[in-house]
Write a protein that binds this ligand. Sequence first.
Ligand code: 5GP
Length: 164
Amino acid sequence: GGERERLSYERFGVAVRELAQAIADDGYRPDVVLSIARGGVFVAGGLAYALDCKNIHLVNVEFYTGVGTTLEMPVMLAPVPNRIDFTDKKVLIADDVADTGKTLKLVRDFCLDAVAEVRSAVVYEKTQSLVKCEYVWKRTDEWIEFPWSVQPPVVKRTGQVLDA
Ligand code: 5GP
């Protein structure tokens, strides 16, 4: 694909409020927001504030190694959250995008037999996603540039800048 979907921090702020509004309008009141690191952490923080949910958990999943290049399967990295923490809880899984949907499926399946209810919220969902999320802000099939990952990591500067 040629075109890219560019999301700014400003528009992300709008997106996360609108996503939370849709969840509230639907009457879903999660006890726990489970974020998929790293991109889902931004989404989970915004949703948890907007939904007045004080309980955020995190799972690290590794899948993408570059633009459109992935490992064979997504893997959960240690430390894996304790599912006992989710027993009888209404869980909202939060991620930036469901692309193939494999990452969300892994985390959903991890929750399923442990929780009262699990639903998923993403900023973007692509057509091919094998998981259909309950809450989606926008659908696209383009590669998305998120504000937190569009730039390369910072490197230590040399010269005039003093060390902190
Ligand atoms: P999936 O398992 O659904 O294929 O991919 C989920 C994860 O892959 C997302 O949480 C995100 O980190 C990464 N990813 C998938 N598609 C895109 C994309 O279009 N842009 C960016 N920046 N990351 C993506």
